[in-house]
Design a binder for this molecule. Sequence first.
Ligand code: ADP
Length: 404
Amino acid sequence: MSSTRVLVLNSGSSSVKYQLLDMRGGSRLAVGLVERIGEETSRLKHTPTGGAAREWTGAIADHDAALKAVSEELARDGLGLDSPELAAIGHRVVHGGLHFTEPTVIDDAVLAEIERLVPVAPLHNPANLTGIRTASALRPDLPQVAVFDTAFHTTMPESAARYAIDVRTADEYRIRRYGFHGTSHAYVSRATAELLGKHPSEVNVIVLHLGNGASASAVEGGRCVDTSMGLTPLEGLVMGTRSGDMDPAVIFHLMRVGGMSTDEIDTLLNKKSGLVGLCGDNDMREIRRRIDEGDEQAKLAFDIYIHRLRKYIGAYYAVLGRVDAVAFTAGVGENASPVREAAVAGLEALGLAVDGELNAVRSDEPRLISPESARVAVAVVPTDEELEIATQTYALVKGSQNLT
Ligand code: ADP
């Protein structure tokens, strides 16, 4: 029997998101998530394609128990992880440093390198490692592939990737701009080229991945030349709970004058800033509702969010020189038409405009929202990181099988 299925795992510190895909056509067989792992009220939600969702709440002690529960749910739909049709497991790994520029079959050396990167991704890489170890124990015979969030950005030139700090210090501590959401930026920039009927090598795209985490990238002929996240996913745009760009001296000030500890500042900037810090809400739907009711605080939060976004569009326009398309993606980018409208309002001189009617259309399909006459295409391109991870995983596994 040919094995054409790929299980995609996205393991967080207390959650596992998963999708099972059949790579003959890239169809989804099942999706689900386990959250609040380690608590009494863990929750598993499993949805087989074409079937009803099943939910289960109870104590799931650790990732091992979580993956076993997922495996049981899949087995109930005849999609068990012991199936010979499963070709590989693809893992989202957040930080691959400079070492990993491509998806990689995981072995002990790869595990050690992901471990070595924990200091630069303390929240994410340990959880990713746990997911990999758990899945490997469950199916030791199966190729486990790591697909790195940073890989797409390794093409950035040094002029964009380096911070202007002492070179020796930077090199000693591996301080540089790595960028994140790379799987999404890769997928969306390619899909945007496709929407324009062009090869990725022919187009320059500014990708705006606006989810709870948010990042922009400048993609020149299919290669990333700049991105807004840096050493960690804290830099750049205003996000749901993260500050994005800020004078680093704010941190010294909070330590010296505010008496705050490193961990307190870390929590402040990563979890209590951004939209939630500015107005108490990080969901763009809620913020828009409050603005419609005349809430000034929500309006200011929105304006700060948009101001930063526009600065990045302008910056990446200058980085690229010629821009063929601006693509909006992820939860906010795909759904929030007022964000898209405000992001490019008044930029006609740059060839950017949004057509009000097209912008109001709701759809899951990639689509143009700029008027036909516009010099630069503005597009909404739903991201699909799981499909991208599965595609890269499958290509790697099948490619290497052909070689042997
Ligand atoms: P992440 O993967 O980073 O958690 P998503 O890409 O799923 O985030 O985006 C989640 C965010 O998308 C929500 O916090 C919310 O702000 C926004 N969002 C989702 N649906 C809508 C909608 N219909 N209108 C406006 N914003 C939305």
